[in-house]
Write a protein that binds this ligand. Structure first.
Ligand code: MN
Length: 208
């Protein structure tokens, strides 16, 4: 997909993630925040319509014209990050990971439980608005990452596998200031099959 970007559909009903994420939070997050990122990304690129790379390529491009650089970072990151976020969640998720991804999580973090604790801490301790991430580095090693605002790990040469949105817009209606409670509940929604497939595809593609 290239400029002009269209919003991707919300992958399930707004109330499908209850009781972890309430329907109003889902609707406002998607229809207001995410739509605004899409609109503002298109406004940003309207001054350089010749930039026809897909969004992941724009986010790694260090040679973008000054006129679009900040807009791609903020709004392009906002689009990419949210599309990954909703696709790695599912109703009644949270069954433990299996297969190659589970094996590598244990190798890297000691156990699945320690991995979950460490990513939870990374997300909890983001100062202000941002994200906690599980990523692959250039050597296909798993690592945790925090980003501020809508910065995307792709721009730092990392490939994101999963993320936790800790902007207040992601949880404040239901959890108010209790970010830790949101993060604890969040694990019930993880679509581990989606993340494991993304992991395998990224590792296999690196070998080609
Ligand atoms: Mn968000």
């Amino acid at each position: 997909m290239t400029y002009p970007y269209k919003p991707q559909p919300f992958p399930y009903a707004y109330d499908a993630l209850l009781p972890v994420i309430d329907a109003q939070t889902g609707r406002i997050h998607y229809e207001k925040h995410y739509f605004a990122y899409v609109d503002n990304l298109n406004k940003t690129l309207s001054v350089a319509p010749d930039l026809q790379q897909p969004l992941p390529e724009l986010l790694v491009d260090k040679q973008l014209p000054e006129s679009v650089r900040t807009g791609v970072r903020n709004f392009g990151g906002g689009v990419y990050n949210h599309e990954l976020y909703w696709h790695m969640l599912k109703p009644q998720g949270g069954v433990q990971p299996t297969g190659q991804l589970a094996h590598q999580l244990v190798q890297t973090f000691g156990s699945i439980e320690q991995f979950k604790q460490q990513l939870s801490t990374a997300a909890l301790t983001v100062f202000g608005s941002g994200w906690g991430w599980l990523c692959l580095d250039a050597h296909k090693k798993l690592l945790l990452k925090q980003t501020s605002n809508q910065d995307c790990p792709l721009s730092d040469g990392l490939y994101p596998l999963m993320c936790i949105d800790v902007w207040e817009h992601a949880y404040y209606l239901h959890y108010q200031n209790r970010r830790a409670d949101f993060i604890t509940a969040f694990w019930q929604l993880i679509d581990w099959e989606f993340i494991a497939t993304r992991y395998v595809q990224a590792v296999v593609s690196a070998k080609n």
